[in-house]
Design a protein around this ligand. Structure first.
Ligand code: PXP
Length: 239
């Protein structure tokens, strides 16, 4: 299966915001990343707007001609934004307001009815839904009951163990992907994926539909240039 690369551009917004002007130009970067071959753009607006601003989410709607993925915790302000912008996909993440970055997947068992409600609302508005989640079987079974279209496997643990040489760290992800596929869920993945680990990950995850990658991709681009880096990811995702 072809795996789409969705580039998370939060870091571009962070850089822009650090000087208060419009350099780098977030919209131009998003356009260029798509021209370089990426098949999606991801943003994660946070309530304090410290990187992506809510206005960016609207402005990007006119620029993103590939898959537009908006991530976040479905508090009211976020839901209103997503229902207004109508991206291709919304990825639900249970991050607290002050989290530096997403640091946990959903407990789909205790939040099942809440997720069901939120997901139904997005789906009624034609927005594909994905739930950020760990590899635990019971959580994935419960995710299927929420009505979500996809799960996004939270890959932080894989990435850190892989870096330490533990290739077996991918096994729970392989098993989770097989189960999710059997349950009719599509499979995305993200967090700490990089040029070092993406090919190995892709080769071990059946039916991987999309990866969203931000921090490593932008950091690698400082040395290698963003056009090169996007192409390197696309190449590694092919096989
Ligand atoms: N997926 C989710 C749900 C995230 O919150 C993030 C980080 O914002 C990513 C993927 C991308 O992670 P990274 O920046 O480490 O590539």
């Amino acid at each position: 299966m072809m795996t789409k690369l969705s580039v998370n551009i939060n870091k571009i917004a962070t850089l822009r915001n650090s000087r208060g002007g419009n350099v780098p130009n977030l919209l131009k970067v998003a356009q260029d990343i798509q021209d370089f071959g990426a098949q999606g753009i991801t943003i994660h607006p946070r309530p304090d707007e410290r990187h992506i601003r809510y206005q960016d989410a609207y402005d990007l709607k006119n620029i993103v001609s590939t898959e537009y993925n908006i991530e976040g915790n479905p508090i009211k302000k976020f839901m209103d934004l997503v229902l207004d912008v109508k991206p291709t996909q919304v990825t639900l993440v249970p991050d607290s307001v002050d989290a530096i970055t997403s640091n946990a997947g959903w407990d789909t068992i205790s939040h099942q009815s809440y997720l069901q409600e939120v997901i139904a609302e997005f789906k009624n508005n034609g927005i594909r839904t994905s739930i950020f989640i760990d590899t635990d079987e019971k959580l994935i079974e419960a995710a299927a009951k929420t009505g979500a279209d996809r799960i996004e496997l939270y890959t932080e643990q894989f990435a850190s163990e892989f870096e330490n040489g533990n290739k077996d760290a991918v096994k729970p992800y392989t098993n989770a992907a097989v189960l999710a596929h059997d349950l009719g869920l599509g499979i995305n993945a993200g967090h700490d994926l990089s040029l070092d680990n993406i090919q190995f990950f892709k080769q071990h995850i059946p039916n991987l539909a999309e990866v969203s990658i931000g921090h490593a991709l932008i950091s690698e681009s400082i040395y290698l240039g963003i056009e090169n880096v996007v192409n390197m990811y696309l190449h590694k995702l092919q096989g």
